[in-house]
Design a protein around this ligand. Structure first.
Ligand SMILES: N[C@@H](CCC(=O)N[C@@H](CS)C(=O)NCC(=O)O)C(=O)O
Length: 210
């Protein structure tokens, strides 16, 4: 069986999937590309994923998967010994699904939508206020996650893929310092994930300044 190929970029959502692949002990190759830069890498990415987004995953059979949460749920099916997705009979499963999808479908797009205000034909003078408003809304969305977060991980003693999102996304706008100040419980969860030996080097490589 050939390996998975994870197409990603430094510090991006592909790191969330990389943590899950590492935890699942999946065999994979990481192809890091400048995903927004016009050129052959982006052309190939667009052929695989019409949104031109990372993560994009080429499966061992050559088919393609996109969407980080879908990939994580797929990995749980493909590697039944993993523990980062509670099984269907686990009482923590509904909360896991709820907050996994909340982070992925409510919070994550706020970053993507504000990355390049030019995409929405927002004039240069209005682009900073637009970004600031979205950043503020994102922090309000995170506050709901903070309110229900357990310790040492989001679901308590059990490490889950929700923690992978928190550990990566705390580095995104408005940045790690603002995140730590506003969301101390989530910040502690991210610290706890970063200290796990299996993830330390992945997170250091992607977020060298932290
Ligand atoms: N819903 C997707 C979002 C992926 C996404 O937005 N990735 C960003 C990088 S972190 C991206 O590729 N942005 C480029 C774009 O949307 O044009 C997922 O969960 O995988």
């Amino acid at each position: 069986m050939s390996k998975y190929v994870l197409i990603g970029s430094e510090g991006c959502g592909s790191v969330i999937v990389e943590l899950a692949m590492r935890e699942a002990q999946a065999e994979f190759e990481l192809e890091e590309i400048p995903y927004l830069e016009p050129g052959p890498d982006r052309d190939r990415l667009l052929e695989l994923n019409p949104l031109g987004q990372v993560p994009t995953l080429i499966m061992p059979d050559g088919s393609v998967m996109t969407e980080s949460a879908a990939i994580i749920l797929h990995l749980a099916d493909a590697f039944p010994d993993q523990r980062f997705v509670p099984s269907s009979s686990d009482p923590q499963r509904p909360a896991f699904l709820r907050w996994l999808l909340y982070i992925n479908s409510e919070i994550y797009p706020t970053t993507t939508f504000a990355d390049d205000p030019d995409r929405w034909k927002i004039s240069e003078t209005k682009s900073q206020p637009y970004k600031d408003a979205i950043d503020q809304y994102r922090m309000e969305l995170w506050a709901n996650v903070e309110q229900v977060a357990d310790d040492p991980y989001f679901l308590g003693e059990r490490l889950s893929a929700i923690d992978f999102y928190i550990a990566v996304m705390r580095h995104w706008r408005p940045g790690k310092i603002a995140f730590a100040k506003a969301l101390p419980k989530l910040n502690t969860i991210a610290d706890n994930v970063s200290r796990l030996p299996q993830f330390e080097s992945i997170l250091k490589r992607n977020f060298p300044d932290s």
